[in-house]
Ligand binder design. Structure first.
Ligand code: 6PG
Length: 477
């Protein structure tokens, strides 16, 4: 037994993580359902470090140092359970199984509990950054016991991305906390992508810019407060020309956005937790709506807004306006994500350091962005911050952005250009800012038709109005 870590499941993510461990000096045991993949890895990359290829589950487990650290990189769902069922009987108390896939956090909680009862640590760990990240340094979000992190943490930190010398890996919290936080990362990723897509759409159809011109705008934005991986790759995609047709690449791709489901999980979970992640939800629904071909065909003939692109001198000012709208909406989307993490921490008893979440997302992951430094600083100054907008600098920026933000949404609406994420972010801002909400009327309606009762602004208690009786008297419920 000589391997410090074993990886089973050698598709692209597993293979690259295994290579990453080996490149950091760890001896890595390899296993895959079909042995050809294992052999191919060693043939191609064997000189990158020390690998122990194995073919059977028994050999794989025997190759691992104790306590054994076994990382599974297979499809979320049944495949993960099957692999756990295969290996768990071969393990001993104190051994660790790390699930680096995009598992649902409730599955992780269930698996962690079952394995804990057998003395095995189960570490559900979010890994973000795609194949490149897996090889060169992902953001890693491990859950599981603090005890397992003491042993495993240094290895995961070693292979993670680094920002200013700090690893993009921290113990998020117990049981499913790591996978939960990864799920919210993906929800924010959906929102960020949709917001960027809406900004592109506006620059194209309101400002009348070409994709190449918009690529230049994004390059400039990427030097400012919007600096992020997603803005950077968007510029590259928009600048790309399809070789076959010589058309802008964006124009030859079908406009039906797909998903593997982590955004959907975020929204489903948010409803259960009562977390109002409206921008994330709209981004997820926007993907779904884009793919509903028959519905789109039914709506296509219907009337739209008035169309006239801006004149060139107006377009330049407009770009700055869209930047404000994008930035403000982005802050809201991230704020919603953090709110959801806080809600879950309370619900599941996780001790999550919200500043650390921002810190480890500064590098490696898909939503890595310069402004995460400021989110981190905000939570480091005050860990109980109810919202990012309670922090004076963010509040000031959004206050400055709100007029252009409204202008962008109004102009889009007049032209019939959909901006679901921009407008839901603004609606969220206006909802939470409002002195009084029409929720009072909803309570009245509920009481009227269902005697669901209401509370009063001027005294304690629960009340019901006898709507059908003369004089409509109020009774204490
Ligand atoms: C990451 C990504 C990744 C995600 C897909 C996109 O953090 O590296 O979030 O985990 O699964 O890249 O997911 P969709 O297919 O749902 O868009």
């Amino acid at each position: 037994a000589s391997a410090q870590i074993g990886v089973t499941g050698l598709a692209v993510m597993g293979r690259n993580l295994a290579r990453n461990f080996a490149r950091h000096g760890y001896t890595v045991a390899l296993h895959n359902r079909t042995a050809a993949r294992t052999r191919a890895l060693v043939e191609e990359f064997g000189d990158e470090g020390s690998f122990v290829p194995t073919e059977t589950a028994e050999d794989f487990v025997a190759a691992l140092e104790k306590p054994r650290r076994l990382m599974i990189m297979v499809k979320a769902g049944d495949a993960t359970d099957a692999v756990i069922d295969e290996f768990a009987p071969l393990l001993e108390s104190g051994d660790m199984i790390i699930d680096g896939g995009n598992a649902h956090f409730l599955d992780t909680r269930r698996r962690e509990k079952a394995l804990r009862e057998r003395g095995i640590h189960f570490v559900g760990s979010g890994v973000s950054g795609g194949e490149e990240g897996a090889l060169h340094g992902p953001a890693v979000m491990p859950g599981g016991s603090a005890e397992s992190y003491a042993v495993l943490g240094p290895m995961l930190e070693a292979i993670s991305a680094k920002v200013d010398g700090e690893p993009c890996c921290t113990h998020i919290g117990t049981d499913g906390a790591g996978h939960f936080v990864k799920m919210v990362h993906n929800g924010i990723e959906y929102a960020d992508m949709q917001l960027i897509a809406e900004a592109y759409d506006l620059l194209r159809h309101v400002a009348g810019y070409t994709p190449a011109q918009i690529a230049d705008v994004f390059r400039v934005w990427n030097k400012g407060r919007l600096n992020s991986y997603l803005i950077e790759i968007t510029a590259e995609i928009l600048a790309h020309t399809d070789a076959g047709t010589d058309k802008p690449f964006v124009d030859i791709v079908r406009d039906a956005a797909e998903q593997k489901g982590t955004g959907r999980w975020t929204v489903q979970t948010a409803l259960d937790l009562g977390s109002p992640v409206t921008a994330i939800a709209q981004a997820t629904f926007a993907r779904v709506a884009s793919s509903r071909t028959a519905l789109r065909e039914a709506y296509r003939p219907l009337a739209g807004g008035t169309e006239h692109p801006l004149r060139p001198h107006e377009a330049e000012r407009y770009v700055a306006t869209v930047e404000h709208a994008l930035y403000a909406s982005k802050v809201i989307a991230y704020d919603q994500g953090w709110t959801m993490i806080r809600d879950a921490a309370e619900e599941y008893g996780w001790d999550i350091d919200l500043g650390n979440v921002a810190a480890i997302w500064r590098g490696g992951c898909i939503i890595r962005a310069a402004f995460l430094d400021r989110i981190r600083a905000a939570y480091n100054t005050d860990a109980t911050l109810p919202s990012l907008l309670s922090e004076p600098e963010f509040a000031d920026e959004i206050t400055k952005a709100q007029v252009p933000w409204r202008e962008v949404i109004a102009a889009a609406t007049r032209r019939g250009i959909p901006v679901p994420a921009f407008s839901s972010a603004l609606a969220y801002y206006d909802t939470l800012r409002a002195e009084r909400l029409p929720a009072a009327l909803i309570q009245g309606q509920r009481d009227f038709f269902g005697a669901h009762t209401y509370r009063r602004t001027d005294r304690e208690g629960t009340f019901h109005t006898l709507w059908a009786e003369p004089g409509q008297p109020e009774v204490e419920a």
